[in-house]
Design a protein around this ligand. Structure first.
Ligand code: G6Q
Length: 511
């Protein structure tokens, strides 16, 4: 019997309508502030009994202990035998984060300073007006999402593009829209061994050399990596390389040198504010008591939904067009971290782990899939995200947008009974959380990301899984490497099942 089994014995809380009726203070008591974020979880399907049980579970699962172990630089990523140090990436230079007896904060700041120097040079004058980040997964989603999210803070002359997919259509479209003389390629790869990134980088390099000659590479290519040797082997001068460390996981790396393209776009000062935002939430997570600790509370609500109430998915619904890529970013953060079925001891877990994360910005989603959220047979907890003041300054648009956010949250929770016309009946009792901030600034974006990072950390602890490895992506990579030569050279029919052999044969005949 795991502590999670206790959840199934807990009584289900009353309908949200009744919970609000019974407790006139609920709208205040179930709101938590963290940094600039106002997190309203009053429309979560919990009451004080559930909440006590969930916080008790968090304690028994060692949430505080494991959080402290992360901040102490312990090797909590046990399957890769590494520390988990993304919180060090945003520490002020007066802090310390010790990995293997060595304070890494000075190195973090040395790299940040080098990045800032470089970004300032690129921003100060021509010729570069286009930065192309070539990376995938954790080396793409963070900067790509944040570049969109911080659109109003971007440099007016310099735009960024992000190439990730090995599908040649991705790089083709970007190169077609680029001038070799004014384009800078940032090849972002922690390992510098990722086939998609290296393939795209080779194509970009050949395109540049074709236009400007080999000597131009030095001025048009920089690398972000932990692997100096491979960077040199690829043909990028390591003087043009910005490093990071094996204790930074890919999906936790937007605040490392992987954020270079973002830093060029928004400038080093705004990037510092972005990091400071993360750090604000790190400190909140590290120090706030569990009952006031936003990541812990949101994490435990998610545990309750997954393991107590059996809800399989969670929708993330930003009422901010600039946050359009945020759900995709969280998909990786959450699903690659906690999509695990084996615990830290290598045993099969006896409970569900990470939920399926999905979402689109409001109001677009309302005209597409919200029908199912309001009246479908499955309950889908939602996170709404919105701000008080839009950077675009068009108040009419923004009031309409936010009215929709508030309306959706209300409608889902409280519904509207219509016994005479069942198809018009809204049951309500569909839980949701509303996260608000005054503005979507670099700091607030950092706060939002850190909030979700720590939610994932806490849930991973409670579920007993290692949130910091991703072995589940390996088998497909290995098979793709095996199949690639078979598509053009000799097929090896014994290597595969009958269906895969037939797919390969069909492709060979038609390519
Ligand atoms: C993230 C994953 C993964 C990784 C990519 C790119 O946590 O590890 O998405 O970021 O596979 O890896 P490289 O940066 O090594 O190219």
């Amino acid at each position: 019997m795991t502590p999670l089994d206790d959840l199934s014995d807990l009584p289900r809380p009353a309908h949200l309508r009744d919970l609000f009726e019974q407790d006139p203070t609920r709208a205040q008591r179930y709101v938590t502030h963290a940094g600039d974020l106002r997190i309203d979880w009053s429309k979560a399907s919990v009451d004080d009994v559930t909440l006590d049980a969930l916080l008790g579970l968090a304690e028994r699962a060692g949430v505080e202990r494991r959080r402290d172990a992360m901040f102490a630089g312990e090797r909590i990523n046990v399957t890769e035998d590494r520390a988990v140090g993304h919180v060090a990436l945003r520490m002020p230079h007066t802090s310390s984060f010790v990995v293997d007896g060595h304070d890494v904060v000075p190195e973090v700041h040395a790299v940040l300073d080098a990045l800032a120097d470089f970004a300032r040079r690129v921003r100060a004058s021509g010729p570069i007006d286009h930065v192309v980040n070539i990376g995938i997964g954790g080396s793409d989603l963070g900067p790509a999402m944040a570049y969109e999210a911080l659109r109003p803070f971007r440099h007016e002359r310099i735009r960024c593009s992000f190439v990730s997919n090995v599908d040649g259509a991705d790089i083709e479209a970007v190169l077609a829209d680029s001038d070799p003389a004014t384009t800078l390629f940032v090849v972002a790869s922690k390992t510098f061994g990722t086939i998609e990134t290296l393939t795209n980088a080779r194509t970009a390099r050949a395109w540049l050399v074709d236009a400007l000659g080999e000597d131009a590479v030095v001025d048009h290519f920089v690398a972000v990596s932990t692997n100096e040797e491979r960077v040199a082997e690829f043909g990028i001068d390591t003087a043009n390389m910005f490093g990071f460390w094996d204790w930074v996981g890919g999906r936790y790396s937007v605040d490392s040198a992987i954020g270079l393209s973002l830093m060029i776009a928004i400038g080093p000062e705004a990037f510092s504010e972005f990091l400071a935002g993360f750090h604000t939430i790190d400190e909140h997570f590290r120090t706030a008591p569990l009952r006031d600790n936003a990541p812990v509370l949101l994490a435990m609500l998610g545990v309750w939904y997954a393991n107590g109430l059996g809800y399989d998915t969670k929708a993330v619904l930003p009422y901010s067009n600039d946050l359009a890529r945020f759900p995709a970013y969280l998909q990786q953060l959450d699903m690659e971290s906690n999509g695990k079925s084996v615990d830290l001891d290598g045993e099969r877990v006896g409970h569900h782990t990470g939920p399926i994360i999905w979402g689109e910005p409001g109001t677009n989603g309302q005209h597409a899939f919200y029908q199912l959220i309001h009246q479908g047979t499955r309950i889908i907890p939602c996170d709404f995200i919105g701000v008080a003041r839009a950077e675009h300054g068009d108040q009419e648009h923004h009031d309409l947008l936010m009215a929709n956010l508030f309306a959706q949250s209300e409608a889902l929770a409280f519904g509207r009974s219509n016994e005479a016309e069942p198809h018009r009946n809204f049951e309500g009792n569909r839980p949701n959380t509303v996260i608000l901030a005054e503005r979507l600034t670099p700091s607030v974006l950092g706060q939002l990301i850190a909030l979700y990072e720590h939610v994932v950390h806490v849930q991973g602890t409670v579920w007993g899984v290692n949130s910091y490895d991703q072995w589940g992506v390996e088998l497909g990579k290995e098979l793709a490497n095996q199949i690639t030569p078979e598509l053009v050279g000799e097929p090896t029919p014994d290597a595969h099942d009958a269906a895969t052999n037939a797919l390969i044969a069909w492709y060979r005949a038609h390519r």
